[in-house]
Design a binder for this molecule. Structure first.
Ligand code: NDP
Length: 490
């Protein structure tokens, strides 16, 4: 029997109560203090400065890490330089074996890693468990396969590793970004010095333990914790031959200036302001799921998040009604609970940035919608939000918010959709929702975005290249393309 519209609205409003389902944490051993991982072991740092890493959902301290200084970074780069000759000369199939071993160990320790990632970063356990950790293992597995096939990957060329790679990663996907950086570098025969983000160093510390478990030769991977200054020391060190950075466009520009003229190879994966475009012939319920996944996944801390929804005017009303209803069913709270959809904001600083941009949206005249939502008393939280009545000139339509905030704009024709989607200094990703294959191809040809998803969003695979245009950076990670920045082709 069909239900009336009123009944269906009442149903949608009904809150489905779930019993708490917290992931166990008793199997996880976080050390109170970590040293630096240099030359195959944890060493006492030269720097006496330490800082705490906290759980953003509770504001409780989890551990202390070192703020590595110039002497520490130099020591790490020296260890990587020393290891380079033998690692580069090692038979490629033996290099592959180490990468396979790391991949297996990531799988074996996946539960522990998921808990660490969630406690340190605030993301829901179902995301760290089902996305971050399996994809990290898959990256090592995939690049292990390339290690002894480099000459087939680049026929008639002589691929050679570059030397020491200096890698700086952000806090939104800590282990996954580590895997994106370290796996191709090692497969190509380079050694690395990596700096994790200040707010999320712990999964990198577990990864250091995994390198020891895998008997990786000393110095092949070195991990130095610290803040922006440490990152800058890594990328500017004269013996670093290749720099790979993921993070904000602002810091990306600083790094580009710092390495200009040094001969270092550089790849930058920076911010985004992606358009998720829904045409009137799209399956609306699926599109709603794609929109939710596009912007509320990982609290919107995603460089390729679908933060601008472009919806065809004729279906704007029903689509927004469905979307608002769906938002009211999202569960925000304890990231360790397996039913949680929206976890904690990664840091107080990021929360303040989101709040400031949301305020600007209201001041400029956009209309804010937030479902009823009780925020926990401690920790950093922001409810899933959407803005309507947004003009393209508003800051919320132009700037990367990096939070669970969607800006909704409308369009009438495909040309207008393309013009609006491309009206941004960024160019990392886009989504198209339509029933017509020909329209998908037509749109994909015209979008200035590194990846265009069709009738889906936020899909990642190690075999598929990822990277940006314009202020979203340059160079590709993933796939055979991801090897290229770590090789010299003679
Ligand atoms: P940053 O770009 O500052 O951080 C990324 C990484 O770079 C971190 O490891 C950081 O260290 C390091 N770093 C900072 N300054 C330097 C420097 N001068 N030289 C070398 N390394 C440096 O991002 P934030 O964490 O400050 O976030 C700010 C905004 O950036 C966010 O609100 C979001 O909009 C955007 N962002 C985009 C990301 C993306 O994937 N595109 C990822 C993260 C942020 P430390 O953590 O210690 O500061």
């Amino acid at each position: 029997m069909a239900i009336t519209k009123k009944e269906s609205q009442a149903l949608a409003k009904q809150t489905f109560e779930y019993a708490p389902a917290p992931e166990a944490i008793d199997h996880v051993k976080i050390q109170p203090r970590y040293g630096l991982f240099i030359g195959g072991k944890f060493v006492t740092a030269h720097s006496k400065k330490r800082f705490p890493t906290i759980n953003p959902a509770t504001e409780q301290k989890l551990a202390e890490v070192v703020e590595a200084d110039e002497v520490d970074v130099d020591r790490a780069v020296k260890a990587a330089s020393k290891a380079f000759d033998s690692w580069a000369r090692l038979s490629p199939s033996r290099r592959a074996r180490y990468l396979f071993r790391i991949s297996r160990l990531l799988q074996e320790r996946s539960r522990e890693l998921a808990v660490v990632e969630t406690m340190d970063g605030g993301k829901p356990i179902k995301e760290s468990r089902d996305v971050d950790i399996p994809l990290s293992a898959a990256h090592f597995f995939y690049y292990a396969g390339w290690a002894d096939k480099l000459e087939w990957a680049f026929p008639n060329r002589k691929p050679r590793p570059l030397g020491v790679a200096g890698q700086v990663i952000p806090w939104n996907f800590p282990l996954l970004m580590l895997a994106w950086k370290i796996a191709p570098a090692l497969a190509a025969g380079n050694t690395v010095v990596l700096k994790p983000a200040e707010t999320t160093p712990l999964s990198a510390m577990v990864f250091a333990e995994i390198c020891m478990q895998a008997d990786l030769p000393p110095g092949v991977v070195n991990i130095v914790t610290g803040a922006g200054k440490t990152g800058s020391l890594v990328v500017t060190h004269p013996d670093v031959k290749k720099v790979a950075f993921t993070g904000s466009t602002e810091v990306g520009k600083l790094i580009q200036r710092a390495v200009a003229g040094t001969g270092k190879k550089l790849t930058l994966e920076l911010g985004g302001k992606a358009a998720n475009i829904v045409f009137e012939d799209a399956p609306l319920d699926q599109a709603v799921e794609g929109i939710v996944n596009g912007i509320y996944f990982n609290q919107g801390h995603v460089c390729c998040a679908g933060s601008r929804l472009l919806v065809q005017e004729s279906i704007a009303e029903p689509l927004l009604e469905k979307l608002k209803r769906r938002l009211s069913t999202l569960r925000l709270g304890d990231p360790l609970d397996k039913n949680t959809d929206i976890g904690a904001i990664n840091s107080r600083a990021q929360l303040e940035k989101i709040q400031e941009l949301v305020e600007s949206g209201i001041e400029e005249g956009a209309e804010l919608y937030q479902p009823e939502c009780v925020l926990p008393a401690r920790g950093f939280w922001f409810p899933p939000s959407l803005f309507t009545n947004v003009a393209q000139s508003y800051r919320i339509a132009r700037e990367e918010i990096f939070g669970p905030v969607l800006s909704v704009l409308t369009f009438r024709t495909p040309d207008e959709a393309v013009a609006k989607a491309n009206n941004t200094p960024y160019g990392l990703s886009a989504g198209v929702w339509t029933d017509k294959g020909s329209r998908i191809l037509w749109m994909a040809e015209r979008m200035r975005a590194g990846v265009v998803w069709a009738n889906t969003f936020n899909r990642f695979d190690p075999t598929s290249p990822f990277g940006g245009y314009k202020e979203s950076g340059f160079g590709r990670e993933g796939g055979v393309h991801g090897l290229l920045p770590y090789l010299e082709l003679n």
